[in-house]
Design a protein around this ligand. Structure first.
Ligand code: ATP
Ligand code: MG
Length: 425
């Protein structure tokens, strides 16, 4: 019986896999430019980590986690987001001993049990970056500029950066009180989930996807009207920094983000070329999260960028590069002696970093050339008895059909001295 892939997942292969390599390579290059280092954390973590970090009243924890109990009776979840695991790893490995701020980045899959649709999957990849050890608005600005430079390097256009500050500490309490009073007055119009969340974290009611609820939330108080003088100053410094960085933004008072750990700065990059899931990147500051996980008070800020959504934007904006399979040469053969020579030549060239394919199918010359063509080899050469006798071989350009005869023993230096070989042997 044929078995199909899980709902909301993808198989990636061929040109699509090459495009993934391209966006991942660019992400690594940009992260390095900022002095960030890669971190790889486990794909599954203890369930408590996300309950404690992301929050009990969030969509992620209440509805979207893939959880399982292992043979030892421990409860785990497939990582639904990258920040909590990074914070855990930061503490568990004493990464606070790194030069501060510690700048970490990752490219990894996340798992959420959501309704699959364009731009929304059950397994999706994020390029994320996290800065630990700075409370300064300059850290927020630099982190945003990392995401921005990445998107710019890929040629993405027409993005909007939405910026907001949702306060922290005392001002968050004042805001929560005001919001709760507002919600209480509307209680009978809200869904069961909202009524349940009100008491746990009133801000989470604002994330409700129910249009009936949303209709009653349009006049809800916004955090920006309640933030402290310090938080406001921080927000203004961030804006000043972004202006120097030449990164334009809009202030969007309604952005609160769907995770409980955010404090002060929150932001999203959106694109009209993405369809209904318009957010490609979301992030913000989370100054209390390290402490909550047992560490010292540590200012921190991070983002997560949805890589599938990024590919959708690049496709819709015509910004995907042409894929070169990179196969330089097909070495075919006729006869047993030719086959051995082809094997030897291919081996020499591969050691020099030249991409070579040969015939592994005992096919006739015509079928071999067809294969060379289909595999998009740039050149082809066939070695048979007469080539071995003369010590010369014909190299054919597959694009132009032009043929050049060269010394058989010169084949390796002919291709092996090309640009590509540089730095390989
Ligand atoms: P959304 O509002 O679209 O549900 P979110 O606020 O849940 O997104 P975050 O947890 O902040 O998203 O994740 C950051 C980014 O990861 C999103 O902006 C998006 O690009 C991507 N992302 C989140 N969930 C998914 C998903 N199910 N499928 C694909 N990409 C996703
Ligand atoms: Mg979501």
């Amino acid at each position: 019986m044929a078995i199909t892939k899980p709902k909301g997942t993808k198989d990636v292969y061929g040109d699509q896999a090459a495009l993934w390599q391209y966006i991942e390579k660019t992400a690594r290059e940009v992260a390095v430019v900022f002095g960030a280092q890669e971190i790889r954390t486990p794909t599954f973590e203890r369930i408590e980590l996300f309950r404690q970090s992301v929050g009990e009243a969030t969509d992620i924890v209440q509805k979207e986690m893939y959880s399982f109990t292992d043979q030892g009776g421990r409860e785990y979840v497939l990582r639904p987001e990258g920040t909590a695991g990074t914070v855990r790893a930061y503490l568990e490995n004493s990464l606070y001993d790194l030069p501060m701020p510690a700048k970490l980045y990752y490219i990894c899959p996340n798992f959420r049990a959501e309704r699959p649709q364009e731009g929304r999957y059950r397994e999706f990849y994020q390029f994320g970056a996290e800065y630990f050890g700075s409370y300064e608005a300059s850290a927020d600005a630099e982190l945003i500029s990392l995401a921005h430079l990445y998107l710019t390097r890929l040629g993405v256009e027409n993005l909007t950066l939405h910026l907001n500050s949702i306060g922290d500490g005392e001002c968050r309490k004042r805001y929560n009180d005001a919001l709760l009073a507002f919600l209480r007055a509307k209680e009978e119009n809200l869904c069961d989930l909202c009524r349940d969340r009100m008491g746990k974290n009133p801000m989470r009611v604002l994330d409700c996807k129910n249009p009936d609820c949303q209709e009653h939330l349009t006049d809800a108080p916004v955090p920006l009207d309640y933030i402290s003088d310090e938080a406001r100053e921080h927000f203004e410094q961030l804006q000043e920094n972004l202006k120097i960085l030449d990164i334009s933004f809009v202030i969007n008072k309604s952005i609160v983000r769907g995770l409980d750990y955010y404090t002060r700065t929150v932001f999203e990059f959106t694109s009209d070329d993405l369809g209904s899931q318009s957010t490609v990147c979301g992030g913000g500051r989370y100054d209390k999260l390290v402490e909550k996980n047992g560490g010292q008070p540590t200012g921190a800020v991070g983002f997560g960028m949805g890589m599938e959504r990024l590919l959708i934007i690049l496709r819709n904006q015509g910004k995907l590069p042409a894929i070169d399979k990179g196969i330089e040469l097909f070495i075919g053969h006729m006869g047993d002696a030719g086959a051995l020579k082809a094997l030897e030549m291919a081996n020499c060239l591969r050691k020099k970093g030249i991409s070579v394919i040969t015939d592994l199918g005992a096919r006739g010359v015509k079928a071999q050339m067809k294969y060379a063509n289909k595999a998009e080899a740039k050149f082809a050469a066939i070695i048979g008895d007469s080539e071995l006798e003369k010590g010369r071989v014909t190299v054919k350009s597959m694009a132009s059909g032009k043929e050049t005869e060269i010394e058989l023993d010169g084949l390796v230096s002919y291709f092996g001295n090309s640009q590509k070989a540089k730095g390989f042997t």
